[in-house]
Design a protein around this ligand. Sequence first.
Ligand SMILES: [Mg+2]
Length: 367
Amino acid sequence: MRIIDIQTQIVSVPTDIFKFKRPLGNITRKHASRDYLVVHVQTDDGISGMGYCFTIGQGTRAMRAIVEHDLKKIVLGRDPLMIREIWEAMWEGTNYFGRQGASQFAICAIDVALWDIAGKAAGLPLYKLLGGRRREVRTYATVGFISLTIRELQQAAEDAVKRGFQGVKIVVGHPEVKTDVRRVKAVRKTIGDDTILMVDANQAWKTARRGIDCILELAEFGIYWFEEPVPADDVEGILEVLQSTGQRIVGGENAYTRIQARPFIERRAVHVFQPDLYRMGGITEMMDVVAMARGFNIEIAPHHVPEINVSTMCAAPNCSWLEHVPLFQEDIFDNCPTVKKGMARPPEEPGHGVRFRQNILDEYLVP
Ligand SMILES: [Mg+2]
């Protein structure tokens, strides 16, 4: 089998079409739109694979240019089942300017399409192709965007609990910690003491000292984990927060490939590592990072992308949680994992089984 063609599309979906009719986001990033670079990889025996990467209103044109001008010539003509060979070639072929950033997102899009082809060629769903470990995975819901009022936040948390999610996550990191305290307290009151509540600071606390102080103020509300307390690259700062607070500290969604994942894992700077499929450069590298974390007995809870990660995490022995963002994914994809009693099940069809909704492709394709 050979790769004979690669087509690219950009899809840009404004977030104000969704339930709350306004840009969503956290302290450090606003999501005015949800943007996808989609690639379709065609083979000479009729099997094709779809892959994509996601960003927030920026970068997709650069990612597309990298696929069109740099990756296509590396990938065309190769055997699509030689996925590691192709991944290494894409890595080497973009290494002079790449290693982090848009190049990894572009590599991810092709890598995901290759795994889709491999699943279809083998007649296996992705989670079994990767060596299935479980048939369903425990799932929490991220609901607490910064642009929601306290009342909307409480409603979103309540809806998530009613739908059976086993945990609820909200965003913190306001300039005044008392604002966070008010929001966390309100949500805790809504969901009761028995539901797991996580908070995500998205790097908002700029020093370890500030992170420690804010975490100690919020800890009385029974927070299950504190996510990204300080700037993402400050591994020593995260470690200081972990050691000083005695709380469960998680992070890693901004780390690129095994190279940036390594210090988090090797230094045990987080209790749970949260690889991002796109920054990892796709499924191939992400599963290597899962294995690296396993060697240190560190849990994995990937950064969103539940429609793909429901499959990767059903093949990850050390996965503890899948993140789902009901406000987003369910409007974009067919075949989003359905959550029953807090557990998500992967598609059983060959490949990853993910498809963009037809109305999204019809209305939001960028020319
Ligand atoms: Mg996060």
